[in-house]
Design a protein. Structure first.
Lengths: 219, 455
């Protein structure tokens, strides 16, 4: 999952980025409204953390621009203004959720998790695909009740596939959603990680659709 | 504060001058009238003097038969109409039959161009007399001819005239007084209208003083509007500054807290503890500042139905797993007398709490309730969550108590609701809902005119 963080306070920006990275997300950052707007407009993010008070272009305008352009990426608003009238304004501008500063980092993580899962159409934090169970909150994977140890890269890959289970996911899409913009996209890492994942999961769990990509299916 | 009435003052001022002017007019008219009578009397007397003088000159003897005046008033004793012919030394030669038992003093006034002397005398019976006298020389003998007429008669006539004049003038005065009372009242009418317009602003039916006013009080209405505008501006600015301060303080607090959370050790524990305190203090006092800036707001009213519709739409997005039942009320529902953002704050917090605790079902009802203090707006928000016991509800309604730290939210939400409810003079009840969970009942004052009044 790839997340964009738009926040002008460099410290807070770094903290959110670190927390999200640690939780297994690929994270891009922007420090002002224009940069944020450009990134959100051009890159396929799974969720966006957006501060309202931004230099160059305020957060609500950025959000309205995205929505006008037809972007449906879930957006979590971040702001010190915690009155309901502000929240209503934010949600009406197209935000999906709202966190008031100062916040607990876990709250931001929980909200992002919920937004990503809701966008993919899952009602709970546990996603099941045959014998494979993913606990998105704890970042744990079990097969027939047995915990499977995964590296963070493997977990990211599996998590994306499970969130979109049943759908065919191209390699490009995977690269776009699993790595931040500074990642070298020419490498064959995706194939390598899919190979490693297959070894740890039941057979045929991840299928290759020739010429199109990968697909996770119930077996 | 109150000091008399302008209308009454106007009335007395005009009526006072009116009374003085009318009385003066009365006296002046009487004076002119009596003077005119006096002048005509003097002329008559002068004519009589001339007749007597002519008769005397013709007869050459004061005792002669022809010397006398035909006017019968000179034959009636004590009539005040007398004539007499005296010698140079005061010796009496002839007199009218009306002169009985009186002796007229001589007139000492200087003679006019025609040799006439005129004076006011009094006879022995107290009758005021106008006397005219002239000297005539006949055959080397000098005579003084004196004729008098009753002045009391004239004074009586003047008195009569004065009485009638005052009756007429009194009637005129009464009519003018009634008119000036009507005028005073009419002149005050725009002030009454201005008062009503200002009252409408206070009631929240209007945002500014509207209507056309006469030149004298139009500036007053303008000033009131200016005052309202600057008041709103001050409040707006205070709110903005409070918001800016909030933004300025909350981000550094968030940074400190996150930084401390990422590390372990005594320093991070202290930073966490203190930033927690800072953050709750910032929130509490910012909210207080907002409340203080809010209390002086006049003339605001908001459509509760539209606000609840917006809030439920927002809540459905934030809490997609919860079904929120809300039927938009009809247009006859009275409006909330207060700020839209404040109503949103109260209802938003209650609704958000209900969604957080519910098992998937929340209901919102809006209605108008008749109470002794007038119509109140009732907002009922209920959920199917665990609810609160009576004891817990009582505790929660006390300040700053949080029942569960695990459910996200600072616990400040309900405090804000309580403070706002107090500011607006409403009330908040927490009960057991028929759905099984909590029923939060918010009662708020309504604007005098409902939504139907202005479409």
């Amino acid at each position: 999952m790839r997340i964009l963080v738009v926040e002008d306070d460099t410290n807070l920006n770094r903290q959110i980025k670190e927390a999200l990275t640690e939780a297994g997300y690929a994270v891009d950052v922007a420090f002002d409204g224009e940069e944020g707007h450009f990134l959100g407009d051009s890159e396929p993010y799974d969720a966006i953390v957006l501060d309202i008070g931004l230099p160059q272009m305020d957060g609500l305008s950025v959000l309205e621009e995205w929505r006008r352009a037809g972007k449906t990426t879930p957006v979590l608003l971040l702001t010190a203004r915690d009155r309901w009238s502000d929240k209503v304004q934010g949600i009406d501008a197209g935000a999906d959720d709202y966190v008031a500063k100062p916040f607990h980092m876990e709250e931001v993580l929980a909200r992002i998790r919920a937004l990503v899962r809701r966008a993919a159409g899952h009602a709970s934090n546990e996603i099941v695909c045959g014998p494979v169970r993913l606990d998105a909150r704890a970042g744990k994977v079990t097969v027939d009740g047995q915990t499977v140890k995964l590296t963070s890269h493997e977990l990211r890959l599996l998590s994306y596939l499970m969130h979109h289970k049943g759908k065919v996911i191209s390699r490009t899409e995977l690269t776009e959603h699993l790595y931040d913009q500074d990642f070298d996209r020419d490498s064959n890492t995706i194939e390598v990680f899919v190979g490693r994942l297959r070894k740890k999961l039941p057979e045929d769990c991840i299928q290759t659709v020739r010429g199109l990509g990968y697909q996770m299916v119930d077996i | 504060m109150q000091k008399g009435s302008i209308a009454v003052r106007l009335f007395w001022l005009s009526a006072g001058w009116l009374v003085v002017a009318l009385i003066a007019t009365g006296f002046l008219l009487t004076e002119l009238y009596s003077r005119a009578l006096d002048t005509s009397l003097t002329e008559t007397l002068e004519f009589h003097v001339e007749s007597l003088a002519g008769a005397l000159l013709e007869a050459g003897d004061p005792y002669a038969e022809g010397v006398g005046l035909p006017d019968p008033r000179f034959d009636r004793p004590r009539s005040g109409w007398y004539w007499m012919i005296r010698g140079e030394d005061g010796e009496l030669y002839n007199l009218s039959t009306s002169v009985v038992g009186i002796d007229l003093p001589e007139i000492s006034e200087p003679a006019d161009a025609f040799g006439m002397r005129s004076s006011i005398l009094e006879d022995a019976f107290g009758t005021q007399l106008r006397a005219v006298e002239r000297e005539v020389t006949v055959g080397g003998e000098s005579y003084r001819i004196t004729v008098t007429g009753s002045l009391s008669e004239i004074l009586r006539l003047a008195d009569q005239f004065r009485g009638q004049a005052f009756i007429v003038l009194g009637a005129v005065g009464a009519m003018l007084a009634i008119m000036s009372a009507i005028v005073a009242r009419f002149a005050m009418r725009p002030i009454g209208r201005l008062r009503e317009a200002i009252e409408q602003v206070r009631e929240g039916d209007s945002v500014s003083v509207e209507g056309k006013f006469p030149r004298e009080i139009a500036p007053l209405a303008e000033e009131v509007n200016e005052l309202l505008r600057s008041n709103t501006q001050i409040i707006e600015r205070a709110r903005n500054q409070v918001g800016n301060l909030a933004h300025g303080l909350k981000t550094p607090i968030a940074v400190l807290r996150n930084e401390a959370q990422a590390r372990n050790g005594p320093l991070s524990r202290i930073v966490l503890g203190e930033t927690d305190k800072m953050s709750s203090m910032v929130s509490t006092y910012l909210e207080r500042a907002r409340l203080a800036a809010r209390t002086s707001i006049v003339g605001k009213k908001s459509d509760a139905g539209a606000i609840m519709l917006r809030l439920t739409r927002v809540m459905r997005k934030i809490h997609p797993e919860v079904t929120i039942a809300f039927e938009k009320p009809d247009a006859s529902l009275p409006w909330f007398r207060g700020d839209e953002a404040d109503l949103e704050e109260m209802a938003g917090n209650l609704l958000d709490n209900a969604c957080k605790w519910s098992e998937g079902r929340v209901e919102v009802h809006l209605s108008a309730e008749r109470a002794d203090g007038g119509t109140m707006l009732s907002i009922r928000i209920e959920d199917d969550g665990p609810g609160l016991t009576e004891n817990e509800a009582e505790k929660v309604l006390r300040r700053g108590v949080r029942l569960d730290e695990k459910t996200p939210g600072s616990g400040l939400g309900l405090d804000i609701v309580k403070e706002l409810v107090d500011v607006y003079g409403g009330n908040l009840n927490l009960k057991r809902s028929a759905l099984g969970g909590l029923l939060a009942e918010l009662r708020l004052p309504t604007a005098r005119l409902g939504g139907t009044a202005r479409t």
